[in-house]
Design a protein around this ligand. Structure first.
Ligand code: MGD
Ligand code: MGD
Ligand code: MO
Length: 828
């Protein structure tokens, strides 16, 4: 039977209501207070409110054990991620005790690092582990300095303003002499660096034109490389899922939704949208083709371009072929992107005659020259002239953290600070905060480890790589998230010491020297808000159960390490867990009072066991991004050098990069559908998964919903499967010059021919690590195949969606997936 699949889900899966008492209770009432499950059998039963990236949760605890979980605020569509709290707590993959790699314990800091990932594990006491780490830090700091310590620790650690593992690590590292960090992230590596040159802001993590005006004014929503009904299932804080609700409301109006994507995504199916299949990495040609049509039909908004933008004329010369002899017309575009010429021309006609919101997702910028897609989309929107009008223009965060859900009036809670100056009001994208002494573009990490002292270009500056001897990671999974795993394996052997704080035996934990068992967020007390942009709720994250095995909170681990370094007071400021939470709550309380919004005192809030809800003002509901700029561009200029939208950027042009010009343009990537080879004739796209947050929850029962023969599913077009003798449900081998993985085939027409789709986040599970050049990943981690190369000299972002592969039916006995079990001797 065909499996439900993250990238080829059937509609009924979404419509099915939850059978959980919790979900049912909150769906009908939306009141957390009524969540207490009526349970006649258990003697002691309670519902505890907490939260995760996947939203505010109610967890039913019976006799001290979590038994089920569900949403604590109403959801329009079931979010299954909310249902697996017990799986997370009692998983077979939990790290139970502090563990040290055998060879490392024998020779700390001077071990055979090629044994990482295949050595035996030795159980030690907490004191032994902490003493060992403390000693190692002292050695590395005295022999070199902070330049030898990489503490960037990128990743989606759990929600919570106190127990934020990465921030706590940075706080400890700052208190003891500093560290090397990183610039940017894997999400918007390219877009966040180019956008400030074009618009004067980072754009990708900014509030969007309010959904209320979209519902009222927009005629066409274009989901361009965006899959919001998947990606809004989570948020950086905790999702309020308002975005999903708004998409459903918009669908109910019967107005058009178009998805431009190589895959017919969950969103496309669930919203019954029009699908325009396009080749991966060819959006710039497609947009140029639309732009060219606009100009030749004189449908571009010349008044807007003149008043609000700069440099259009230079771009137009390129568009019309005056620069390189190639007009970027619909015929030219069609050959590259695979969208028929008449469709391209029709899009130009529709966009220019109807109020159109171009909602740009990020998959298309996670590739070589990823800077160009978002720059070109801003340019196209400028030519359409609807920027700053209600419901028109572009938006780069409707698919993320519920952008466009109106910002509420209330208070914002404080959060733990990485620096020691008690700046406790960090909100938003905390990984972008600058507390490291020096940093490099994040996605260059393997290159950094392999080539200390090398100099690279970055956004008009030069960066020289540090020499990393010690890595400490807390709250991320680089062996899943980073591109070209086989290169990373080699790079990872360079440092002398690698320490990982983890909940589970993830691929990264397995590659460490010292592993510390950490609590899940359900084993400690914390606070979070929801929505990221809406700031709609304050949610108590109450401890659900006692810590499992010997797991400790990151906070306590770093407090202990700070104590050994003589800086405990600096780290803790003498506060307990509850002291911190009261302190964070008080910032919101004070701000709310200024806004004339009533909040209960902390004690009452904590006792009540339910989220506080704030409301949005009428003004917030009518808010239009760039509305003020449109009204008066002189009074409200953008933060660019010209104060206008820079279609041509002098700043970028003067960087003189051969891989990024002064205006948005097409660069052929090294690997894409247009230059496949006989050996590797298929393009690979690696979207984000419906049933996981990256690698998180991969070890839960949700896996049963998508795994094919216990492997990550790969979506392959019917004809591509047929020519290879591959049937639905077959185990296949996907390979290229960089590596090989097994996966389970989903044969379908819901992907463009010539491209295969394999979701990011599948745990890396090498068959014979250290024994062969390119060990087979038994589970299907796409990054074994992807290319580790910067997007360009400008942003140096990651480029996973620039990749070609071959797929063949796997014959013979498929090796068992073992990565979700305890590693050798770790069960001691
Ligand atoms: N091919 C490809 N690769 C990609 C992408 C892609 O599109 N394609 N996307 C990229 C993107 S956008 C991102 S953001 C990254 C995501 O990469 P990551 O953020 O590294 O992925 P997660 O799986 O969320 O990893 C978080 C880890 O933190 C651990 N954790 C959770 N809570 C705690 C805690 O309280 N303490 C500690 N110590 N640990 C905790 C979890 O167990 C988990 O292992 O992947 C990137 N990689
Ligand atoms: N459920 C769930 N939600 C998540 C996450 C998760 O792992 N799981 N991750 C979160 C994080 S950290 C981030 S950064 C965001 C990611 O948000 P995005 O980056 O927007 O997500 P992706 O799935 O990478 O890409 C969105 C869509 O773009 C398509 N696509 C990929 N390449 C191209 C291309 O070249 N052209 C076109 N037109 N389409 C393309 C993909 O097929 C996919 O349907 O999601 C967040 N939300
Ligand atoms: Mo991300």
């Amino acid at each position: 039977m065909k499996k439900e699949n993250t990238i080829d889900l059937k509609r009924r899966e979404f419509l099915k209501n939850s059978s959980l008492g919790i979900a049912g209770a909150s769906l009908s009432s939306g009141v957390v207070g009524t969540l207490v499950a009526p349970n006649a059998v258990a003697t002691e039963s309670k519902t505890v409110v907490t939260a995760a990236h996947w939203g505010p949760l109610g967890v039913v605890v019976e006799n001290g054990k979590a038994v089920k979980s569900g949403p604590a605020i109403p959801t329009v569509i079931e979010n299954e991620l909310q249902s697996v709290v017990p799986d997370q707590l009692y998983s077979e993959t939990r790290i139970k005790y502090p563990m040290v790699r055998k060879g490392y314990l024998a020779n700390p800091g001077k071990s055979d690092t090629t044994m990482r990932g295949r050595d035996e594990w030795v159980r030690v006491t907490w004191d032994q582990a902490l003493d060992l780490i403390d000693k190692e830090f002292k050695r590395v700091r005295s022999e070199g300095g902070f330049e030898n310590i990489f503490g960037g620790s990128y990743g989606w650690k759990s929600s919570g303003s106190l127990h934020s593992s990465r921030t706590l690590l940075h706080r400890y590292l700052n208190a003891t002499g500093g560290f090397v960090g990183h610039k940017g992230d894997y999400s918007t590596g390219a877009a966040q660096v180019i956008m400030p040159h074009v618009l004067g802001t980072i754009e990708v993590y900014e509030q969007q034109t309010s959904w209320e005006t979209i519902l009222e004014s927009t005629d066409i929503i274009v989901l361009w490389s965006a899959n919001p009904l998947t990606t809004l299932r989570i948020a950086w804080t905790a999702t309020d899922q308002q975005g999903i609700e708004y998409f459903k409301k918009y669908q109910a109006t019967g107005k058009r939704i178009i998805c431009i994507d190589p895959i017919k995504s969950e969103t496309c199916k669930m919203l019954n949208a029009e699908w325009i299949p396009t080749n991966t990495a060819t959006d710039v040609p497609l947009m140029l083709g639309i732009a060219h049509t606009l100009v030749t039909q004189d449908k571009h908004d010349k008044a807007f371009l003149k008043k609000y933008t700069t440099g259009y004329a230079k771009f137009e010369e390129y568009l019309l072929g005056k620069v390189d002899g190639q007009a970027k017309d619909a015929e030219w575009a069609s050959k590259l992107c695979g969208v028929p010429v008449d469709v391209i021309k029709q899009l130009a006609a529709d966009f220019s005659s109807k109020r159109t919101m171009l909602m740009g997702g990020w998959g298309m910028q996670r590739q070589r020259h990823g800077e160009q897609t978002h720059w070109m989309m801003v340019t196209l929107a400028s030519m359409l002239g609807q920027i700053g009008l209600p419901g028109g223009g572009f938006g780069f965060s409707y698919h993320y953290s519920n952008g466009g859900a109106p910002t509420t009036t209330g208070g914002v809670i404080g959060s733990m600070s990485a620096t020691l100056d008690s700046d406790t009001t960090n909100t938003g994208q905390s990984w972008l905060s600058k507390s490291a002494k020096i940093s490099f573009p994040l996605a260059r990490i393997a290159d950094v480890l392999l080539n200390p002292g090398k100099t690279i270009q970055y956004n008009g500056t030069e960066i020289t790589y540090p020499d990393i001897k010690l890595i400490y990671w807390a709250g991320g999974n680089p062996f899943v998230h980073h591109q070209d795993t086989n290169t990373l394996v080699k790079a990872w052997q360079k440092p002398e010491t690698i320490i990982v704080n983890e909940i589970n035996w993830t691929p990264t934990a397995r590659m460490a020297d010292i592993v510390l068992p950490i609590t899940t967020s359900y084993e400690r007390n914390d606070l979070t808000m929801t929505g990221d942009y809406s700031m709609m709720h304050i949610v108590p994250m109450k401890q659900v159960v006692e810590p499992q095995f010997e797991a400790r909170n990151d906070y306590d681990v770093f407090a202990e390490l700070a104590k050994r370094a003589g800086v405990e007071d600096k780290f803790t400021e003498g506060k307990t867990e509850m002291d911190w939470l009261k302190f964070f709550y008080q910032s919101a309380f004070d701000a709310a009072r200024k806004n004339r919004v009533l909040m209960p005192k902390f004690e009452k809030f904590w006792e009540e066991n339910k989220p506080i809800t704030f409301n949005a003002s009428e003004k917030a509901k009518k808010w239009v991004r760039y509305g003020e700029f449109r009204e008066d561009p002189l009074l409200n200029p953008l933060g660019t050098p010209s104060g206008k939208i820079e279609i041509y950027s002098d700043t970028v042009a003067k960087m003189n990069y051969d891989d990024c010009r002064g205006y948005p343009s097409w660069f052929e990537p090294e690997e894409f559908s247009g230059n496949v080879t006989p050996e590797h004739p298929l393009a690979l796209v690696t979207p984000h998964p419906y049933y996981r947050l990256h690698s998180q929850l991969a070890h839960t029962s949700l896996r049963q919903k998508y795994a094919v023969k216990d492997r990550e599913p790969v979506l392959i077009h019917t004809e591509d499967a047929k020519t290879r003798g591959i049937a639905d449900g077959d185990i296949v081998r996907i390979f290229n010059g960089r590596g090989q993985v097994l996966a389970g085939a989903i044969v379908s027409d819901n992907i463009i021919k010539g491209t295969v789709g394999l979701c990011e986040g599948a745990w890396y599970d090498p068959l014979d690590l250290g024994m062969s050049e390119k060990p087979l990943c038994k589970n299907g981690c796409p990054n074994v195949l992807t290319m580790d190369i910067g997007t360009s000299n400008l942003a140096q972002g990651n480029s996973p969606n620039t990749c070609i592969v071959q797929v063949e039916k796997f014959t013979g006995e498929a090796p068992e997936v073992t990565v979700f079990k305890q590693p050798k001797q770790a069960n001691a």
